[in-house]
Write a protein that binds this ligand. Structure first.
Ligand code: NI
Length: 183
């Protein structure tokens, strides 16, 4: 396993659509997933998409703690790495309700910043893991947000492109001014 370099906003690979994985169980995909998991843990991220490590394939990994309250943002935030870890290959997302929810997001490809993003609150997602097992789940709250953020990477979209108010694109060090204003 290896800790991989993470591409930053502006690299062309982060702006293009990633390709489907022909065989999720291929040894090269196993190696990629292992390296992505190690890289995500090392960088203290909640999720990581393959294009972020310069691989233009439809693979994401994430670890979404169920209890994290939407809108909550601690300055020295540490993700709960005991939460269930998911490997999702060739994902599909279906929006289940018109309702949207706002929450603060960060991205390992946009280091040092946070942005307030409105997204559909309730989704169903499906795909395969790297053993070839089908995955199908519904998700709300932070879980739904992480999945949508990561899958956006596969379509070349970074969270600032989802923001409606760029006043709420801020440095992490200024988050304390916004924690009450963030609903
Ligand atoms: Ni990201």
């Amino acid at each position: 396993m290896a800790i991989l370099k993470i591409a930053r906003m502006g690299h062309p690979l982060l702006g293009r659509r990633a390709d489907p994985v022909p065989d999720p169980t291929a040894p090269s995909i196993h190696r990629l997933v292992a390296d992505m998991l190690e890289t995500m843990a090392d960088a203290n991220g909640a999720g990581l998409a393959a294009p972020q490590v310069y691989v233009p394939l439809r693979v994401v990994v994430f670890q979404a703690p169920a209890e994290r309250t939407e809108g909550e943002l601690a300055e020295a935030e540490r993700f709960d790495h005991t939460a269930p870890l998911t490997v999702l290959i060739n994902p599909e997302i279906e929006v289940l309700s018109q309702e949207t929810e706002g929450g603060w997001e960060g991205c390992l490809s946009v280091p040092g910043l946070r942005g307030f993003v409105e997204r559909p609150a309730h989704i169903r997602y499906s795909g395969f893991d790297h053993e070839g097992h089908p995955i199908e789940r519904t998700a709300k709250g932070f879980h739904a947000r992480v999945v949508q953020h990561e899958c956006d990477h596969l379509d070349g979209i970074l969270y600032p492109q989802r923001m409606s108010d760029l006043k709420k694109l801020i440095f992490e060090s200024e988050v304390r001014h916004w924690t009450e204003a963030s609903e």
